[in-house]
Design a protein around this ligand. Structure first.
Ligand SMILES: [Zn+2]
Length: 231
């Protein structure tokens, strides 16, 4: 076979096959992102799953962000005070109910855009290194703070910047763990579920999933990944 004929019979068809494969792989990953995005547009919008294996695209921005009428820690930025409408309303109810029980809860950080999450992550890596940062801080796109359905909360001491990791041991932290589900929130990263959620225990991070799902998750002692796997 001469060089010209070899090129015509072997190389050109191979290049065509490679192009077709590359095209379909690109389309598949695009379809995956579309599915994740459209997840949040249907009736199950509060059950959107975001974790290290289910990232959001950099362009994902929730539509109805609003600022709940609750107390925030002075460190919270304007963006971090925002939550999706129904989640914001239920957070107000949760905090009001806590107040009736003589406890004051404070918001620390709710919505974070893809860009802000990247800044938080990069900053943590600079301070403690990548390995430790990965345990607590989500890489951009893998944080559910980007959905506007999650919020980190704390008590009076935490709001003053004196406490955070021990929040679960405080009166407020214990109360939150036992009552959040009545308002549609779950403790998203419980103890002993690290291997499923991919994150260390966080007593302060709650996520809105709606009352029905939150109650089922709480009473069955499961996490969102397990809940969705059962459906
Ligand atoms: Zn959080």
């Amino acid at each position: 076979m001469g060089a010209y004929k070899f090129k015509k019979l072997v190389i050109i068809p191979l290049l065509l096959i490679a192009a077709v494969i590359a095209y379909s792989v690109c389309n598949l990953s695009q379809a995956k992102n579309d599915r994740i995005y459209s997840n949040n547009q249907n009736s199950n919008e509060f059950l959107i799953l975001v974790n290290k294996n289910h990232p959001l695209s950099s362009s994902y921005i929730p539509e109805n962000l609003t600022i709940p009428n609750v107390e925030f820690s002075p460190s919270a930025s304007h963006e971090e005070k925002m939550m999706q409408g129904e989640a914001a309303e239920q957070l107000e109810n949760l905090f009001k109910y806590a107040h009736k029980k003589d406890m004051n809860l404070y918001g620390v950080s709710a919505y974070r855009s893809y860009k802000s999450q990247k800044q938080v992550y990069d900053e943590r890596v600079r301070r403690v290194g990548k390995k430790q940062a990965d345990e607590y801080v989500a890489y951009s796109g893998t944080s559910e703070h980007q959905t506007g359905l999650a919020i980190d909360v704390t008590n009076e001491d935490g709001a003053q910047g004196r406490l955070m990791v021990d929040f679960g041991q405080t009166k407020e932290g214990k109360w939150l763990r036992r009552n959040a589900h009545n308002f549609g929130f779950i403790l998203r990263y419980p103890k002993e579920k690290e291997s499923i959620t991919g994150y260390s225990y966080e007593s302060w991070h709650i996520r809105y999933v709606g009352v029905k799902a939150a109650k089922e998750i709480y009473y069955k002692n499961i996490v969102l990944e397990e809940y969705l796997g059962e459906k």
